[in-house]
Design a protein. Structure first.
Length: 133
């Protein structure tokens, strides 16, 4: 566990399916059953409408590397016993139109139509030459 200040232009989005979630629990509590309380602490939670779905948005602090900034994870219910966790890295992309378009286009079932974004992607940022070595 740790935080890396990603170079300009480098980013990733972790998408993790978590099986055997308790179907009787709300999404936040079902996700927290998978969290190692010795390494992460829930700071806050809220719900956010993303396209046709509502995500549980959880903010965590790192208890191992306490200087790391908080991490925001988006949780969706795929099936009664399955969760989808989306973790954007770096976290600074969360409010960008590109990341919001990805969230808005998520289809959670095979029958669901994918909603294509109505805006074109942002221009690719240039990676600093020192990072290309």
């Amino acid at each position: 566990k740790g935080y890396w200040d990603w170079p300009n232009g480098a980013l990733k989005i972790d998408a993790v399916v978590m099986e055997n979630a308790d179907p009787a629990l709300p999404d936040k509590e079902a996700y927290m059953a998978f969290v190692d309380a010795s390494t992460q602490r829930l700071i806050s939670s809220e719900t956010q409408q993303t396209g046709a779905h509502t995500a549980a948005v959880l903010n965590f602090s790192n208890l191992v590397n306490t200087n790391d900034p908080p991490v925001k994870v988006f949780i969706y219910r795929l099936a009664p016993d399955k969760l989808l966790a989306i973790n954007p890295i770096p976290q600074s992309i969360i409010d960008t139109p590109d990341f919001q378009a990805i969230l808005a286009s998520i289809a959670l079932t095979p029958l669901e139509q994918i909603v294509l974004p109505s805006i074109p992607p942002a221009a690719t940022p240039l990676i600093d030459a020192s990072c290309a070595q």
